[in-house]
Design a protein around this ligand. Structure first.
Ligand SMILES: *Cc1c(COP(=O)(O)O)cnc(C)c1O
Length: 365
């Protein structure tokens, strides 16, 4: 393995990794988020010392004092990115520097220390190389990486902690949606919002997800796959799904996605698809779009497709939308043409079968 500038990692290979038979079984049908690789990265931060104690070692439980700040005040942020097996057998990441940058933006909002971007990417590289045998054998599989940071200081006072842990774990991933359905059905929450102006909506923090669990459960209760949130001020404008950004495709070859501005998570998939769609000759507008307009445009046929996007599920067509006031179907209710085309292009770039004109793919080998 080549050496990279920056922090030195102590390398402690797992003394008793998962057996080949068990690993192969886990990799045949990994699902999402329940199977983990052998190793993890850990780096500590304390006031005065800064980042230190960088280790790649066995994945193992943490021992935490019951007063550990994160358990009380949720000072925690995370990232999500995938390592892909390329068609030539190599391994690559997709725009990891964007995750590193966003991680620091989240850290700033949650009053946490900045992690040098090259340390972030180096940590990921260490883990992927250590666990290169953990790529799933299933079609469309990848190694999902979860970098995160939390306040590890035992202290119950309310102020930014003086100690943090940065960790990276890896989880082989198959298809994100259990149903494997080509188009999902979504529920518009009228009682709950995800993010308010001035809040933490643009930060990737655990607290946002904790607050989304009740509305997500409500969506499931109503027989839908995912919840879609409206804005907090007017309960009118579409914002995003629990963990994915939304795009609306019109019959005149234009596309709309809600604008960033503090309440929307700036998705890297979102940003990449805006670029790819413009290359396809589409007009992409980042502007507000209301639930009423969405319903009317679906009825008139002006709106032809809607899809959600994010690292975990890549691109997911939305087939049906339901709310307290009724239901409507998008297009034919199945995956739209442009949705499929953009998805194929993005996945092709990520896997090395479509030309990467933007330098998005970072090879690790
Ligand atoms: C992570 C996330 C997304 C998608 O971001 P990607 O960088 O595309 O994976 C969208 N919305 C929320 C709330 C998220 O946490």
């Amino acid at each position: 393995m080549a050496d990279y500038p920056g922090i030195e990692f102590a390398r402690q290979p797992h003394p008793a990794p998962v057996s080949l038979a068990d690993r192969n079984q886990a990799l045949a049908n990994p699902g999402f988020g329940s199977v983990f690789s052998d190793h993890m990265v850990s780096i500590d931060w304390t006031e005065g010392l800064g980042w230190h104690n960088a280790t790649i070692g066995p994945r193992q439980p943490l021992s935490l004092d019951p007063a550990t700040a994160v358990l009380h005040y949720a000072q925690e942020i995370f990232e999500g990115l995938k390592a892909y097996r390329l068609s030539d057998g190599g391994i690559a990441l997709f725009r990891p520097e964007q995750n590193a940058r966003r991680f620091n933006d989240s850290a700033e909002r949650l009053a946490m220390p900045q992690l040098p971007e090259d340390t972030f990417t180096q940590a990921i590289r260490e883990l992927v190389m250590a666990d290169a045998d953990w790529f799933p054998s299933v079609e469309g599989g990848s190694l999902y990486l979860r970098p995160f940071m939390f306040a590890s200081e035992p202290f119950l006072g309310v102020r930014p902690a003086k100690e943090y842990k940065f960790l990276v774990i890896a989880s082989p991933a198959g298809n994100y949606f259990k149903s494997g359905s080509p188009a999902v059905s979504i529920w518009v929450s009228s009682d709950f919002t995800r993010a308010a102006p001035g809040g933490t909506g643009a930060a990737k923090c655990g607290g946002n997800y904790a607050a989304s669990l009740v509305p997500q459960a409500e969506a499931i209760q109503h027989g839908h796959d995912q919840v879609v949130f409206l804005d907090a001020a007017e309960h009118k404008w579409i914002e995003e799904l629990g963990g994915m950004n939304l795009f609306f495709v019109f019959d005149d070859g234009s596309m709309v996605t809600p604008p960033l501005g503090g309440t929307i998570l700036p998705g890297i998939t979102r940003d990449s698809l805006i670029t790819l769609a413009r290359e396809e000759g589409l007009t992409v507008r980042e502007e507000r779009y209301s639930l009423d307009q969405w319903r009317d445009d679906s009825a008139s046929g002006k709106l032809v497709e809607t899809f959600a996007c994010g690292t975990a599920a890549v691109v997911t067509p939305v087939g049906r939308v339901a709310s307290r006031t009724g239901e409507f179907t998008i297009g034919s209710g199945g995956p739209g043409q442009l949705t499929s085309k953009l998805r194929d292009r993005l996945v092709g770039i990520q896997r090395g079968t479509v030309e990467d004109r933007h330098g998005w793919v970072k090879r690790l080998d």
